[in-house]
Structures are given as structure tokens and as C-alpha cells.
Design a protein around this ligand. Structure first.
Ligand code: PMP
Ligand code: GLU
Length: 399
């Protein structure tokens, strides 16, 4: 038998955001002054009290294996946290703590999909979702929305995507890459659809704390008891507490699903990092002021981005209401050239911008947003101003 790579792995496209991060770091190591608007991670340091809790955990010897699904006090703290925030009532046994929202998302899909099952995927969406669905044996069924619709799908489009193979709908609010925030009416329509067709709902709410201009985050699980029972909510610490590198996330849901995800995790990775778990406990139970401070900074940066994008001829964007991304439409620039290189699509735009102006952005295509680029504004205000100055200069130099 020849040694070949499996069909599952042959078909995976590696994460473009993480690849871009690596390229940016390489270029920085060469001494180039790159401004990174690519991979989205808060530039803020993890708050001091959280770091101190991790140091204490090390000193207290909490450096051994823990329960595979997370230490009981952290599972309880997550349940208490969502109860305090949204009045939702979960038992600690309905909470799974894993190695990042990424891992628990894959586990949720593995727990509910059989080969060939379909997942309705409103898009533009985070580029990892279609890969994760395929890794779990499923098929993404993409429902596209446009800037003109505020990047929200219509209830009818969701309904039309249901087939006899549909098992789940995967939503993300606030959304990466559009910044769209689902309103209660749309959540209700998606929830009713799921009840009608007996579907799971996976609701990725990792950007839940980052909503702006009076927009409100409504958790899918709060829509009603029948929706609550079938919703697997995904969230974590990466965005709200600036803890991307600690690799911790959680899922909430029905006990049988959480148990199945936990069983998988117990073989795949075992427990998430013990020290990070104690840091995460402090994050949820300690002073929450830094969460609001960071939200305010992101809101200010979003306003700055909108003002600066508004000043660049030929590009446009729908104002995001949440997360820390702007999807900038570059359709009018396609067909123009930079120093003899034709911009045939968003990939080429991204490459030329990085090479000539040292600004990294992510092309829209893998997010199902062709002829757009995603800009992360999770960087300092002065860097935003300089990056947008370089982008404006680049656009101005197109012929
Ligand atoms: N969901 C979305 C929508 C994301 O953008 C990301 C990227 N950080 C994740 C999940 C994964 O987050 P984590 O760092 O917790 O794995
Ligand atoms: N989720 C962030 C992004 O979309 C971080 C990178 C990643 O994990 O994809 O940029």
C-alpha cells in the first residue's frame, strides 16, 4: 500500500490568517516595519491580575493533569458567568473547557455530524468554519449575504438552504469578518427554523463583549427554551480578556453533547493547560473593568477606521457593529495596476500591499467575501493612522 495523506487532510486549506501571521513575523525579524492588520488578536496585554493568578497556580503546583473537561471550579465559574450576564441557567456538567474556542468548535461538529451531513453556514464567515465542518465529515451549505443587507442572511435564504441532510446551522455574532451583529428577530427566525427541522445550532459568540454604538449582543440560547435545548454556544477568553496565546475556550450545551465533546477531547488532547485554567478562573471571577476598557478602545478605533476608509476613493465598507474587523470592498480597484502588476483579485491586492507598503491585511475570498479585504483594527491608534495612510497612498498610486 502506498503511503498517502488522508482525504480529510489532503482537502484542508491551512489557516490563511495564521499563515499570514507567520509571514509578518518573518518579515519583522528581517527588520521590516510591517503593520499587521491581518490575524485578529487584541494588542492589549493580558490584564495583570490574570497573569498573577497564573503565576500563583505555578507556585501552588497546579501543573499536573486536570479533569479532561476542565477543573470543576472553572466549569462552575463559566456557568455562573453566563447566568450573571444573560440569566441563562447551565449546570457545570453542561460546560466544556478546551484548548481555545477553535478546539471546542471542532469537537462540537465532530459530536453532532455523521459523514455527509450538512451544516448551514451564513457567510461571509470566519475562514476556519468550512474547513472544520469538512474535517468533521460534514458539508458546508453556504448562505451568502451582502453589504447591502448589512451582512445578515434573510430568514427565507436560511429556510431555502435546509435539505434532508441538514443537521445544524452555524452562526457567529458578532461576526468575523463583517462585524455584523445578529438582531433578536433574525436569531428568532433561525431558532424557529432549527426547531421546525430539529437541527442543532452552533452559536459562536466569542466576540460577545465587543459591540458598539448601542448594539446589543443577544445570545442565541436566550431566544427560548426549545432553542436553548438545541444550541451549543461557543465562547472563550481570547478576545474579551486578551488571552489569545493561553489557548482556552468553552462550550455550553445539552449534557449529552457536552459529554460527547468531552469524551473526544479526553483522547485528543486531554485537559486544557492547567495554569491557563486558573488564569481563566481569575478572568471570570475578578474585576471586569478591563473588559469594558478594551471595548471602549475598540469602539474608538472602529470610528477612526470608518473615518479613514471614508477618505479613500474607490473603496467602501458597511459599518461594523461588533468584533474588531472591517471588511473593505475593493471591487472598484480590480483591473487597475500597481507598478505594472494588475490587481486581478483581493489576493493580488493583499500581496502587493504587503510587499510595497508593508501593511498586512487578509484577502476576503476565504471568508466568502471576494473582492474584499479584511482589516483588523486590534492595533494601536497611531498604527491604524499610519496603516491607512499607506493604504491610501497605495490606492492613489494605482493606474
Ligand atoms: N471563533 C471566531 C469567530 C474567531 O474569529 C476565532 C479566532 N480567534 C475563534 C473562534 C477562535 O478563538 P480561540 O483563540 O479561542 O481559539
Ligand atoms: N480568529 C482570528 C482571525 O480570524 C485569529 C487567527 C485565527 O485563529 O484564525 O484572524
Amino acid at each position: 500500500m502506498s503511503r498517502t495523506i488522508s482525504a480529510v487532510c489532503r482537502n484542508i486549506t491551512p489557516s490563511a490568517t495564521l499563515r499570514l501571521n507567520a509571514i509578518v513575523n518573518e518579515k519583522r525579524a528581517q527588520g521590516l516595519d510591517i503593520i499587521g492588520m491581518g490575524a485578529g488578536e487584541p494588542d492589549f496585554p493580558t490584564p495583570d491580575a490574570i497573569c498573577a493568578a497564573a503565576k500563583q497556580a505555578i507556585d501552588a503546583g497546579k501543573t499536573k493533569y486536570t479533569a479532561a473537561s476542565g477543573v470543576p471550579e472553572l466549569r462552575k465559574a463559566v456557568a455562573d458567568h453566563v447566568n450573571r450576564l444573560y440569566g441563562l441557567s447551565y449546570q457545570p456538567s453542561q460546560v466544556l473547557v478546551g484548548t481555545g474556542a477553535k478546539q471546542v468548535l471542532v469537537e462540537a461538529l465532530v459530536a453532532i455530524l455523521d459523514p455527509g451531513d450538512e451544516v448551514i453556514l451564513p457567510a461571509p464567515c470566519w475562514l476556519s468554519y468550512p474547513e472544520m465542518i469538512r474535517m468533521a465529515g460534514g458539508l458546508p451549505r453556504v448562505v451568502l449575504s451582502t453589504a447591502a443587507d448589512g451582512f445578515l442572511p434573510t430568514a427565507k435564504a436560511l429556510q431555502d438552504a435546509v435539505t434532508p441532510r441538514t443537521r445544524a446551522i452555524l452562526i457567529n455574532t458578532p461576526n468575523n469578518p463583517t462585524g455584523a451583529v445578529w438582531n433578536e428577530e433574525l436569531l428568532r427566525a433561525a431558532g424557529e427554523l432549527a426547531v421546525q427541522h430539529d437541527l442543532y445550532i452552533i452559536s459562536d459568540e466569542i466576540y460577545e463583549t465587543l459591540v458598539f454604538s448601542g448594539a446589543r449582543h443577544v445570545p442565541m440560547a436566550s431566544i427560548g427554551p426549545e432553542v436553548f435545548a438545541r444550541t451549543i454556544t461557543i465562547s472563550g477568553w481570547s478576545k474579551a480578556y486578551a488571552m489569545t496565546g493561553w489557548r482556552l475556550g468553552y462550550a455550553l450545551g445539552a449534557k449529552d453533547v457536552i459529554d460527547a465533546m468531552g469524551a473526544y477531547q479526553s483522547h485528543a488532547t486531554g485537559n486544557p493547560n492547567s495554569i491557563a485554567q486558573y488564569a481563566a478562573l481569575e478572568a471570570l471571577t475578578g474585576d471586569q473593568r478591563s473588559v469594558e476598557d478594551m471595548r471602549l478602545a475598540f469602539e474608538r478605533r472602529r470610528d477612526l477606521m470608518l473615518k479613514l476608509i471614508g477618505g479613500i476613493p474607490g473603496v467602501s465598507c458597511a459599518p461594523p457593529q461588533g468584533a474588531f474587523y472591517v471588511l473593505m470592498n475593493i471591487q472598484n480597484l480590480v483591473g487597475k495596476s500597481y507598478k505594472g502588476h494588475e490587481i486581478t483579485n483581493d489576493d493580488v491586492f493583499t500581496e502587493l500591499l504587503l510587499e510595497h507598503k508593508l501593511v498586512s491585511v487578509v484577502s476576503g475570498a476565504p471568508f466568502y467575501a471576494p473582492n474584499c479585504v479584511r482589516l483588523s483594527y486590534a492595533i494601536a491608534d497611531d498604527k491604524i493612522v499610519e496603516a491607512m495612510r499607506r493604504i491610501a497612498e497605495f490606492v492613489d498610486e494605482l493606474t
